[in-house]
Ligand binder design. Sequence first.
Ligand SMILES: [Zn+2]
Length: 111
Amino acid sequence: MGNHKEYHNKIYIRDKWKCQMPECLCPDGRNINPDLRGVNDPWAPSIDHVNQRSTGGKDHQHNMRAAHRYCNEQDARFTFHGEYGEQEPLTATLGELFPDLTALQVDNPVE
Ligand SMILES: [Zn+2]
């Protein structure tokens, strides 16, 4: 199995470096700039978990999608305040939203 960066790369490529959130908030459209990777920028690439792990989401490709960091974080907040009001609060920092960025479990590698 590859490291998590390679794995995330495959997700980005699969999604054609486009934000996959239902509602993209980027004024410039859905394209995600690969050069912003690792940069502290709201439009930097990030990986969204379609189902948050607290609601049973898993770390594999079918549950992961490319997203602007900003869209991703806004969606997490919306989820907390809206659909799952009883969840413990989600924080907005990328590291807290995605602890797997440093220890991703790859149980279903992208072909
Ligand atoms: Zn977006």
